[in-house]
Design a protein around this ligand. Structure first.
Ligand code: PRP
Ligand code: URA
Length: 291
């Protein structure tokens, strides 16, 4: 189901290499357009009814999508393609995120360390994903005098996609101990790359920003199917927190659910013939759980 309530199938490829090639070409064109497009900060506070103050999201995370400038021939306005709504892709450009991702990519990193690094990187990503959270002003007594401070007024829900998303969950529960947690179980078919839903247990989602946790956005089939389940269950604001994204997955997800924002540590080159992200980091679930 799309954000407007209409049904959108999980559109992954059928495993036909031609499908993947077409997807890649489309994505490349799309991202070329995106590099000439201003990426608007569409934080949760701007999507929620703003009953409290919100911190504007800086654009510095969107470096991969260019500097937002577009030149037009004299007298010519932007083309229809250039007026396409901006892709809400935030590539987190932080030295710590880079270091952690590099260690995760390293094939010699063993599962126990992989788990630790995944959680740390998820912390960095989730801090960015909640940057626009609404805050409220409160009185506070310091040992010296009373003053005012701000505290988070938004409510979040964490939804890891099983299995690999579990590697990111502890980061959210550590940052927001009260956060309700839902689960979506999806498995990608090895031949068709199509996801199938095998489990779903969700808390109330209305009025809350859903942090959807899935470390790999490859074809985008899993994230798209998960978002469909979330919107069907009443979600209105969803941010996907992923470790590595492929252009194909970004396009697939944002075409199906344009309101979904993506927070990721890297936008990689693309997919290989097995729909694995290149250069990626391999099979996240296998590396996390040592399978
Ligand atoms: C992986 C990953 C994503 C999905 C991404 O899960 O964790 O959920 O693939 O691929 P997509 O964008 O092409 O859908 P997988 O199906 O391997 O299951 P697992 O988490 O149980 O390992
Ligand atoms: N799932 C993974 O775990 N890795 C990929 O590269 C693609 C999907």
């Amino acid at each position: 189901m799309a954000d407007d309530g209409s049904i959108v199938g999980a559109k992954g490829t059928n495993g036909d290499p031609r499908d993947l090639a077409e997807l890649r070409v489309g994505l490349r064109a799309g991202l070329e357009r995106a590099t000439a497009t201003t990426v608007e900060p569409v934080g949760c506070a701007t999507r929620d009814a703003p009953e409290t103050t919100a911190t504007p999201t800086p654009h510095r995370m969107c470096s991969i999508l260019g500097d937002g400038t577009t030149s037009h021939p004299k007298g010519a306005g932007p083309t229809r393609e250039e007026r396409r709504p901006p892709v809400a892709l935030h590539v987190v450009d932080h030295p710590l995120a880079h270091s952690l991702l590099t260690a995760l990519r390293d094939r010699s990193t063993p599962p126990p360390l992989f788990r630790v690094l995944s959680k740390r990187l998820a912390l960095v990503l989730c801090i960015e994903a909640t940057r626009s959270a609404a805050t409220e002003t409160v009185e506070v007594e310091t040992p010296i005098k009373s003053t005012t401070g701000r505290r988070i007024a938004s409510t979040f829900v964490a939804v890891p996609i099983l299995r690999a998303g579990l590697g990111m969950l502890e980061a959210v529960t550590e940052l927001f101990p009260e956060v309700p947690v839902g689960y979506i179980g999806l498995e990608r078919d090895h031949a068709t790359f199509e996801p199938s839903l095998y489990y779903s247990k969700l808390p109330p989602l209305q009025g809350r920003l859903v942090l959807l946790l899935d470390p790999m956005l490859a074809t985008g089939g899993s994230a798209t199917a998960a978002c469909a389940a979330l919107f069907q269950a009443g979600a209105r604001n969803v941010s996907l927190v992923s470790v590595v994204s492929a252009p194909e997955g970004v396009r697939h997800l944002t075409d199906a659910h344009p309101s979904v924002e993506i927070y990721t540590a890297a936008l990689d080159e693309g997919l290989n013939e097995h729909a694995y992200i290149v250069p990626g980091l391999g099979d996240f679930g296998d590396r996390l759980f040592g399978t």
